[in-house]
Design a protein around this ligand. Structure first.
Ligand code: COD
Length: 313
């Protein structure tokens, strides 16, 4: 079981170096992250974006772009489409967001002609290096599915169980997070949590165990779960937090990064290739770890095809 980002970095030494195509890779934090990925032999990169801006930012911040390819495309969406095409045509293995809005970037991922669509629902996962908990914590969906339906939540759970299994968590524990741990008609997310938990009881999810509603404290902290007398395998031990909608998931992951100084990695899972989706304001460490996690997923996939989770409806 992989419990922290240093282990991810060690594991990727066993896998082939990947090439990353960066959509509008012009900003200094992205440039620093791809330079670090090169220096640490994690990945090679091709930056698609405004070459003048790329070179100016690199010079201003003293970032060495040696061996990093640049393809000049001025406009961010066009740069995104060119970069995603490099991945869908096999010239690169991973697609990454640079200085481009998330929705524009995701439309490149979903583009019918050059994108990385598959038959699956795609979802975003923030992976947290939760050192205090001594494990990785997977939070979803904080960047793609805005207000998922019950069916979409089930699919997001199945995808994220499969992703956590890639990180060697054999039987991931999924908490459906709400504000309370009782089912109440006043809070819709608790009703959906009850339905998803029952689906889990009926073995409708492969390989993981789902329980909820749980509040954040009793989802991840065994003391809080004991104090509130909440039993079961998931309470206090969750690996995956399914949040009710995008704002809750996004704010939870960003509070970890910006209040506690923790490192997160942002990935889209379920597409034809791994996709790195950091926030534009993420630190270079978070961007680098997004790259490292994507390289790791691509590496595992190259030796053993990663199966996207299915739900039995
Ligand atoms: N998985 C697979 N296919 C999808 C998904 C998905 N998650 N979402 C949309 N599609 C497919 C649809 O089935 C359809 O065929 C096509 O894509 C278009 O779908 P629409 O009409 O919903 O597309 P858009 O362009 O209006 O919205 C898609 C986005 C992903 C852009 C949208 O959901 C979005 O803006 N998400 C939030 C992005 C964001 O701002 N994040 C900020 C946090 S960093």
């Amino acid at each position: 079981m992989i419990t922290n980002f240093n282990e991810v970095k060690k594991r990727i030494q066993d896998y082939p170096v990947q090439k990353i195509a960066v959509a509008s890779g012009t900003d200094s934090e992205t440039l620093r992250a791809v330079a670090m990925a090169r220096d640490e032999s994690i990945a090679e990169s091709v930056l698609v974006g405004d070459e003048k801006v790329i070179r100016e930012n690199a010079e201003k911040e003293n970032i060495d772009l040696q061996s990093i390819e640049i393809i000049h495309v001025e406009e961010p969406v066009k740069a995104g489409l060119k970069a995603v095409e490099l991945v869908s045509s096999g010239k690169a293995g991973i697609f990454m967001k640079g200085y481009i809005h998330s929705d524009d970037f995701l439309r490149c991922v979903l583009d019918r002609d050059v994108g990385l669509r598959s038959e699956n629902l795609l979802n975003h996962v923030f992976i947290l290096d939760a050192q205090h908990l001594n494990r990785l914590l997977f939070i979803t969906d904080g960047a793609m599915n805005i207000s998922p339906s019950l069916e979409e939540k089930a699919r997001i759970i199945a995808n994220t169980i499969a992703l956590a299994q890639v990180f060697e968590i054999e039987r991931p524990k999924v908490a459906i997070v709400s504000a309370v741990e009782v089912v109440t008609p006043k809070i819709v997310s608790t009703l959906e949590a009850a339905a998803l938990s029952k689906m889990s009881d009926r073995n409708q999810f492969h390989g993981g165990i789902v329980d909820g509603p749980l509040a954040l404290d009793n989802a991840i902290n065994p003391e809080a779960a004991r104090y509130k007398k909440i039993g079961g395998e998931v309470a206090g031990q969750a690996d995956i937090l399914l949040m009710p909608e995008i704002v809750a998931a996004n704010s939870l992951a960003k509070s970890f990064a910006h209040i506690t100084g923790g490192t997160t990695a942002g990935l889209i899972f379920g597409a034809k290739a791994p996709v790195v989706l950091p926030s534009r304001s993420d630190s270079k460490e978070s961007k680098l770890m997004g790259i490292a996690c994507a390289v790791y997923v691509a590496g595992v996939n190259s030796v053993k095809r990663v199966k996207i989770g299915k739900v039995h409806f």
